[in-house]
Ligand binder design. Structure first.
Ligand code: GRG
Length: 296
């Protein structure tokens, strides 16, 4: 219960801040604000910003100070989902329980809403670097990590491997490489940014990278499991029975049972890497468990 209260409070603070970021001005370009807010303010678990705040709290108690950085991360995540849903990518009509951005506003506006969120993320982070009490060098280092992880060396690179290399993925190692970029990179930079803003030393940063790498892969495997189990539930099939799947996922190389064991193992590894932080790590430990016990 303590963890749930902690998480709810963090999500509340993040959403409070997100609601202030894009003002729906009444000017000729007003549809862009509406479309950015449509995707940004419609739920989502807010995992990446919560991870950043939880990591920061290993070091400091005033997490409100870094909320704009955490919101920047959520804006990048939301932009990636809007673009991922486009016809040129996954061509999904629904996201977070309602019409995807391009289905609601049209393709051109969807593309621009994603671009707008990406730019506004850095505007928000840089504004916080200039105006907040966070030490400026730490703020710049954190934003550097966030930028790098979202770009061609991180999430965008992973998306490219997925689009152009998907048919060539023939081993679990190749799949894990793609996942480490596409999903793992911004999970890791959320953790790293929280650590840098909190003042982590090299040793602590390394431990937290191990934590992030392990929860990143566990999160993605769990996503692959949920993909199959929720489809099977919808079709009324027995969980674990064969189901046609046109894309390569973790389950292409493993059974559901073995995949669940792997999720447990990666989660245990993640938790082990937090030992040096003692009781201060209790929320990050619970977060690791929550990520892999979720139902969506
Ligand atoms: C288009 C540049 C670009 C990148 C797209 C994030 C991404 C890369 C694609 C999403 C594809 C996907 C569904 C991956 C599975 C893991 C994942 C990122 C799930 C969505 O994240 P959650 O579960 O979503 O945190 P919510 O809605 O809770 O924020």
């Amino acid at each position: 219960m303590e963890f749930k209260n902690w998480m709810d409070e963090k999500v509340l603070k993040i959403e409070e801040c997100l609601r202030t970021i894009i003002k729906e001005e009444k000017n000729p370009q007003k549809v862009i604000y509406e479309s950015m807010n449509y995707s940004l303010l419609c739920g989502g678990k807010r995992l990446r910003p919560v991870l950043m705040l939880g990591t920061y709290e290993l070091f400091k108690d005033n997490a409100e100070e870094i909320i704009p950085f955490a919101c920047a991360m959520e804006m990048i995540h939301t932009y990636s989902l809007i673009h991922d849903d486009l016809p040129a990518m996954d061509n999904d009509d629904y996201r977070r329980g309602r019409l995807s951005n391009h289905k609601k506003f049209g393709e051109a506006t969807g593309i621009l809403a994603g671009d707008g969120l990406l730019n506004r993320a850095f505007e928000t982070g840089l504004e916080a670097a200039l105006k907040s009490k966070v030490e400026i060098t730490s703020a710049v280092k954190a934003l550097y990590e966030i930028a790098k992880s979202s770009g061609a060396d991180g999430m965008i690179g992973g998306q490219i491997v997925d689009i152009y290399g998907h048919d060539k993925i023939s081993s679990v190692e190749e799949l894990k490489y793609m996942y480490s970029l596409k999903t793992g990179a911004i999970i890791k930079s959320s953790v790293k940014a929280g650590a840098i803003l909190g003042g982590a030393d090299e040793n602590q940063l390394r431990a937290l990278e191990t934590y992030a790498d392990n929860i990143g892969i566990a999160f993605q495997i769990e996503d692959d499991i949920l993909d199959v189990t929720s489809t099977q539930e919808k079709l009324g099939k027995k969980i674990g029975s064969d189901i046609a799947n046109d894309k390569v996922t973790y389950l292409s190389f493993s059974t559901i049972e073995k995949s669940r064991k792997d999720v447990e193992q990666f989660t245990d590894e993640a938790i082990k890497s937090l030992e040096m932080f003692g009781d201060r790590a209790k929320h990050l430990i619970e977060l690791a468990k929550y990520l892999t016990n979720r139902d969506h």
